[in-house]
Design a protein around this ligand. Structure first.
Ligand code: FES
Ligand code: FE2
Length: 337
């Protein structure tokens, strides 16, 4: 049985992925189609026609209606069949689910649970995406594993030393701590001063012989929505005039064993690094370093349950473990209700 939390916001797409044509995706193992209605608003519907199960993502949009590409039934923003090309009456079951959708900070959020419980105030803050003082690049990756394995990866950044030499390297040895505020989990890293790297040089002013100080805050909200706040400063004035590098790591399960990984990262608008270099650095880390490792981890697990396998829990795992527990409690509470 699939075990997804239904009553929460899931990222379905970046805003600019939803244009004139229908956009098909799969979330929580359900087909979903997204498109813009007559006022430019995002509409999210079940993506499979109830007649002969054609993909509505191949259909045609007219105003707020999307017409099925197979026999032409048309559905409005509420998922109701409002158009039957041959004038035939469509039974009441001939409708598709309609999901609340909200566009904020360049993200399209979709609520797959009880629509009456959809609370826009529960969407975590990613307003840095539209901060004019930053240059933000973004993308998406596909990771062929359960999304909680990707959360574990992001909540324990000590893997950077081994998987991401460009960010970490042999001396990467941060102080790590964890905290929790309600259902929000934080992992916190402080890196001892290190000599400027090509990466820090590209986003900070020239080093003039100084060492770099870096602190990192990862924030997690259910189901797997993470924000990493990195601040760089100089060792002669640690914590002063910090240079921000905020980043986004949002996971949406496609299925039980596949994950949409949406990512973004901002650097000061006047930083030396070009958008192309920034984008390629991130893409390489996620697609060519993290994703292959996570795919092999998933293959090792071979469908077995994470806790049944009795994983060795290290001190650095606290954030990921807390996140897993909170999510499990929420799913259980939802199922009991
Ligand atoms: S499959 Fe959609 S109208 Fe027939
Ligand atoms: Fe990583």
């Amino acid at each position: 049985m699939s075990e997804f939390l239904k009553n929460c916001w899931y990222m379905a797409a970046w805003s600019d992925e939803i244009g004139d044509a229908p956009f098909g995706t799969r979330m929580l193992d359900q087909p979903v189609v997204l498109y813009r209605g007559s006022k430019g608003q995002v509409i999210a519907l079940g993506g499979m026609c109830p007649h002969r199960f054609a993909p509505l993502a191949k259909g045609k949009i007219t105003g707020d209606m999307i017409a099925c590409p197979y026999h032409g039934l048309g559905f409005d923003a509420s998922g109701t069949c409002v158009h039957s090309p041959f004038g035939i009456e469509v039974p009441p079951a001939g409708k598709v689910p309609a999901y609340p959708a909200i566009e904020r900070d360049d993200i399209v959020w979709v609520w797959m649970g009880d629509p009456d419980k959809a609370d826009a105030a529960a969407i975590p803050d990613f307003s840095y995406h539209v901060d004019p003082g930053l240059r933000v690049v973004r993308g998406r990756s596909f990771v062929p594993c359960h999304f909680e394995l990707v959360s574990d990866n992001l909540m324990d950044l000590t893997h950077a030393r081994f998987l991401h030499p460009i960010f970490g390297g042999d001396d990467w040895r941060p102080e790590v701590s964890f905290s929790q505020d309600g259902d929000t989990v934080f992992s916190h890293y402080v890196l001892p001063p290190y000599p400027p790297s090509p990466f820090s040089d590209a986003i900070m002013s020239p080093a003039n012989g100084r060492m770099v100080v870096e602190r990192e805050f990862m924030r997690w909200n259910a189901p797997a929505t993470m924000y990493l706040d990195i601040q760089f400063s100089w060792s002669d004035a640690p914590g002063e005039n910090e240079i921000p590098q905020p980043s986004t790591h949002i996971l949406t399960p496609e299925t039980e064993q596949a994950t949409h990984y949406f990512w973004a990262s901002g650097i000061p608008a006047d930083a030396a690094m070009t958008d192309e270099e920034h984008l390629e650095g991130l893409r390489f880390a996620f697609d060519e370093e993290d994703a292959p490792m996570l795919e092999s981890v998933s293959a090792m697990m071979n469908g077995r349950d994470f806790w049944d396998m009795q994983p060795a829990i290290l001190p650095f795992d606290q954030g990921g473990v807390r996140a897993r527990r909170i999510l499990r409690q929420k799913i259980r509470a939802e199922q009991d209700a």
